[in-house]
Write a protein that binds this ligand. Structure first.
Ligand code: ZN
Length: 146
């Protein structure tokens, strides 16, 4: 069996994203300060993440920014072994969904976890980070005992 000739490229690609954040600025500013902010409806008390300017429960547009409790429960996760182009420099990583205060479900990378040590129902903690480019983001971490 003969293989078709191919040309190999070893060029690196740089991806640039410009994401407008005018409606969620408080959230991103909070992350930079180590806070994880969500919106709470002033009328019915419903908390929302991603932040919402209109309450999905009662449609009120009066909200305030409050810090979310950091402890949550792992619901599900997967190991990403074939990384997308934008994460090609990363080792395989775990993406997880965890549930927090008020039933809020959040998707994030789970740092420092070994697959044989985790499972649905374990406690995770929401942590804030700042990337090398200066962009804030968030991850889940495990209690020291795991
Ligand atoms: Zn409401």
């Amino acid at each position: 069996m003969s293989s078709d000739p191919v040309l190999h490229s070893r060029r690196s690609l740089t991806l640039r994203f410009d994401i407008p954040i005018s409606h969620t600025r408080e959230f991103w500013d909070g992350l930079k300060e180590g806070k994880f902010l969500v919106t709470r409806c002033k009328k019915c008390g419903n908390i929302s993440f991603p932040p919402q300017s209109d309450c999905p429960r009662c449609m009120s547009n009066e909200h305030e920014w409050v810090e979310l409790k950091r402890e949550g429960k792992l619901l599900t996760y997967t190991l990403v072994q074939v990384t997308p182009a934008s994460f090609v420099d990363n080792d395989p990583y775990i993406v997880a969904i965890a549930e927090f205060q008020g039933g809020i479900k959040i998707l994030a990378w789970l740092e420092g976890a070994k697959l044989d040590k985790i499972g649905p129902g374990i406690q995770v903690r929401l942590e804030t980070r700042v990337s090398k480019e200066g962009n804030p983001y968030y991850v889940f971490t495990l209690p020291q005992s795991l």
